[in-house]
Design a protein around this ligand. Structure first.
Ligand SMILES: NC(=O)c1ccc[n+]([C@@H]2O[C@H](COP(=O)([O-])OP(=O)(O)OC[C@H]3O[C@@H](n4cnc5c(N)ncnc54)[C@H](O)[C@@H]3O)[C@@H](O)[C@H]2O)c1
Length: 310
């Protein structure tokens, strides 16, 4: 059993980005398998998700929450456990903390989307929502060489703490939304990226709206962007771009999958002027890539864990 400290000691943000890239490539080539995730609503508190994937001799199931009002109770939004099994024998190999894996792979996905889709001259970063996953997105962007950045949050203390950690600055939402690479990681209760904020050549990564009914980007802004997603079926069903599809202003066929760009099957950014938007709904293949790295680090004696026998 590997806890959050083991996960974060095993995989750096830079390694998380490399592993996430590999996951998107292998999935796009059809080498890794990922059935659609299952949502189990828990009204009025949030939802559970069951997320399976298989690849490189391993199989995984992540059982994870999104309980947006949990911080009011002093509890995290995202929590749960991840089961890693051998795809050769079916044996359960490890139970791993899932909040830390989720943060690493979500932040790494945002940084990877910037590496692949942002304009060549892009450097500054804006983070809107500096909670648990926003902070890791910022750390991954910094590890990928982006910055300095502007950190914005309704809770000034969260923005200040993140800005101080990275040597960035705290600022207003509208200032963060004007940076070269903008990452939003709020609960998705209202738009935090408006059409009026957009500048030519920006790259946006919308991470917070990862289920039906959530949105962070004004529809008028979505309409001005070239649209990318992590996985078309999932992004069409729930998440940032699902709203546009529901309203009839976006069609699923317009969404280009990041993995397809990575393996050269689809084109990425077409000009230095267009605004690209990456919709992250969160994929089990990302979790698998990080979980394998954590398991390898444990097997190599780099990090410790506790043992149980079932
Ligand atoms: N795409 C993915 O794969 C993925 C992965 C993990 C989490 N998420 C989603 O990201 C969201 C945030 O998760 P978290 O664990 O970081 O939660 P969190 O509570 O730790 O952080 C959310 C932050 O957003 C801030 N915030 C809320 N409304 C805001 C607004 N209008 N403007 C600016 N800041 C605002 C809050 O003050 C808080 O600091 C959730 O909806 C979660 O489901 C998505």
């Amino acid at each position: 059993m590997l806890d959050a400290s083991a996960v974060l000691a095993a995989v750096s943000p830079t390694q998380a980005i490399e592993r996430t890239r590999l996951a998107f490539e292998r999935h796009a080539r059809g080498e890794w398998e990922m059935p659609a995730k299952v949502y189990l609503e828990a009204p009025p508190n949030g939802d559970f998700r069951a997320m399976p994937a298989r690849g490189d001799g391993f199989a995984l199931l992540k059982w994870v929450t999104s309980f947006p009002r949990n911080p009011e109770r002093g509890l995290p939004v995202v929590a749960g456990a991840l089961l890693l099994s051998s795809a050769e024998t079916g044996e359960l190999l490890a139970i791993i903390d899932c909040a830390s894996i989720t943060s690493l792979r979500t932040g790494a996905g945002a940084a990877l989307s910037a590496q692949v889709l942002a304009a060549d001259r892009a450097s500054t970063a804006g983070i809107i929502g500096c909670g648990v996953n926003g902070a890791w997105a910022a750390r991954c962007l910094a590890a990928a060489g982006y910055g300095p950045g502007v950190c914005a949050d309704r809770r000034a203390e969260a923005a200040t703490a993140l800005a101080d950690e990275l040597g960035w600055k705290m600022g207003e939402r509208s200032e963060a939304a004007r940076q070269d690479v903008v990452v939003s990681v709020t609960p998705g209760a209202e738009p935090v990226i408006l059409a009026a904020d957009l500048r030519p050549g920006q790259h946006l990564a919308a991470l917070g709206a990862d289920a039906a009914g959530k949105a962070e980007v004004e529809l008028a802004a979505v309409r001005r962007c070239r649209l990318f997603c992590d996985e078309r079926e999932q992004a069409s069903a729930g998440g940032e771009l699902a709203n546009g599809i529901g309203e009839g202003v976006v069609s699923a066929a317009e969404l280009t999958q990041l993995g397809d760009v990575l393996i050269g099957r689809a084109a990425g950014r077409a000009s230095s002027e267009e605004v690209t938007l990456f919709d992250s709904t969160g994929l089990a293949i990302q979790d698998l890539a990080i979980a394998i790295a954590v398991y390898d680090a444990w097997r190599d004696g780099v990090v410790g864990g506790q043992s149980v026998t079932f």
